[in-house]
Design a protein around this ligand. Structure first.
Ligand code: SF4
Ligand code: SF4
Length: 96
């Protein structure tokens, strides 16, 4: 058997356009969701800094909520909030 050379092998994988992350609403991967307590929030932005999915919504330098289109429910924001203003709950409980 003769092996193919590198330039005879067909291109593999799917090539995606750059900058397309906004098109993929990855929030449906979530099994838990963060619940934000606005009363406890001091707008320190620790959650915004540490959220790996840029799902913390900010306006005028204040947290205003969580974008559930992109939040994957990792719980980092709840772990990092120094004021216990975010709790994680099971996604199914939110639906009830
Ligand atoms: S880390 Fe906590 S207190 Fe700070 S902005 Fe986020 S929810 Fe508010
Ligand atoms: S649970 Fe994870 S993805 Fe969702 S807002 Fe918090 S840090 Fe971001």
């Amino acid at each position: 058997m003769t092996l193919k050379g590198w330039n005879e092998v067909p291109m593999a994988g799917l090539v995606l356009d750059a900058g397309n992350a906004a098109e993929y609403h990855t929030g449906d991967w979530r099994t838990e969701r963060p619940v934000w307590d606005e009363e406890k929030c001091k707008h320190c932005m620790q959650c915004w800094i540490t959220c790996p999915d840029t799902a913390i919504q900010v306006k005028d330098k204040k947290m205003i909520g969580i974008d559930f289109d992109y939040c994957k429910g990792c719980g980092i924001c709840a772990d990092e909030c120094p004021f216990d203003a975010i709790d994680m709950i099971e996604e199914d409980l939110e639906a009830e």
